[in-house]
Ligand binder design. Sequence first.
Ligand SMILES: [Fe+2]
Length: 252
Amino acid sequence: MVDIHSHIVYGVDDGAQTIEDSLAMLRMAAECGTTDIVATPHSDNKYTYYPELIAERIAELQAAMGDRIRIHRGCDFHLHFDNIRNCEEDRSRFTINGQRYLMVEFSEINIPKNITLVFHDMLRRDITPVVTHPERNALLMARVNQMVEWVRSGCLMQVTAQSLIGGFGKKAEEAAKKLMRHKLVHFIASDAHDTEFRPPDLRPAWDLVASDYGEKTAELLFNTNPRMTLTGEYIECEDPDDVPVKKSWFRW
Ligand SMILES: [Fe+2]
């Protein structure tokens, strides 16, 4: 499996704090069948993203892990003005392996009004936004048809493995399954922060997807699609299903 979302680099965000934390997470990922893991430290108002420092720490961790797992660089990219401007100047600072896929995280309290234009601009510059864990964002889940439009224009979606197995509560689990039904999931990743509460173990979610949606779907979401982000190959995806809009007698 290829895990495209994790906080395994120590001392740069709210994930691993020490090199021992990082190595414990990497050992766990490898033991659970992950061959490649993308380190995606936050770049937001709280944590500054330094690509050179992160690359240095990845090299240190890779040397310690040898050939047990391959580590790649990415970013948990928050949608704020400076980030967007910096990414448009040089996408390789933030994208997975310096290729075209960019992990994009929305705030839980606000969806920028011009976000569709921002996405179109990114796509025009050959950057593919990958919206992270929409199932855990109530504002996004209230706009599923908006996500359908984003996917039709070229964006992709990543769901958190733990959401599918109930680790983030019933609401997130149901939301993840709704996104699966509407063909709005292209990747499943751990978003691991530690070895205990948010571990880099994709196996329980793989088992659930394989039994409920079939092995082929599991292979696509945990392996084939994520692996293509490492090389920057274009990912072809199915047309998602619209969500019927409920008609209301009341006008607000
Ligand atoms: Fe994350």
